[in-house]
Design a protein around this ligand. Structure first.
Ligand SMILES: C[S@@+](CC[C@H](N)C(=O)[O-])C[C@H]1O[C@@H](n2cnc3c(N)ncnc32)[C@H](O)[C@@H]1O
Length: 184
């Protein structure tokens, strides 16, 4: 994604916790382009899991995240947003959307659809915990693939990468002799 991009790359992540994936994304972006950003969103209330299977509560995580970003020298690359995903007003193109918040179907869907319209055609939607132990994540991602709007690119352990299909405009061309379809 970065190598193919000539300009800025924007990664939006829902679910930073202590920043393991945040630091990973940030390090890659820093290497490829100093102006790209990771927007890492987390309410940091310590709640994890899935509402249908039971939530666990850990210590609030914001201070840990900040410290890990600083230690990794990524303060210019990572924008940490302490809020619920659905409160974040978003108005710019996203190259990669990473969903790793709560792992039940309604929450995965809410986090995803809040940003989806900004995910560029050809951009990546990445979900963590696409696995039997989180049936809500599995079901949501399967629905997305069955919609025909996303293609499965890769599954590594429980991390699944989908690509947003390019929009195809079909024109109906009518001439005196025949009617046919063309694509852009
Ligand atoms: C599994 S952890 C994220 C782990 C992180 N991606 C990593 O790899 O280290 C899930 C986090 O998502 C946050 N979270 C869940 N739903 C959220 C939402 N809708 N908006 C913001 N944060 C959310 C929780 O506070 C929790 O810290």
């Amino acid at each position: 994604m970065c190598a193919a991009s000539n300009g800025d790359v924007s990664i939006v992540e829902t679910g930073s916790y202590h920043g393991k994936t945040t630091v990973l994304f940030g390090t890659v972006l820093k290497y490829f382009s100093g102006t790209s950003k990771v927007y890492s969103i987390d309410i940091h209330d310590g709640k994890q899991g899935a509402t249908d299977l039971g939530l666990k509560t850990y210590a609030p995580s914001y201070e840990f995240l900040k410290r890990n970003i600083e230690r990794s020298h990524l303060t210019n690359v990572v924008v940490a947003i302490k809020d619920h995903s659905w409160n974040v007003q978003w108005h710019s193109p996203i190259s990669l959307l990473f969903i790793d918040g709560l792992h039940d179907y309604p929450n995965v869907a809410r986090d995803f659809w809040h940003f989806e319209e900004w995910l560029v055609p050809g951009g990546y939607a990445v979900f963590h915990d696409y696995a039997d132990y989180y049936p809500g994540v599995r079901a949501f991602v399967n629905d997305l693939m069955n919609s025909g709007n996303y293609s499965r690119i890769k599954l590594v352990d429980s991390l699944i990468v989908l690509k947003k299909n390019e929009v195809r405009v079909i024109h109906i061309v009518k001439s005196k002799k025949k009617t046919f379809l063309t694509r852009d």
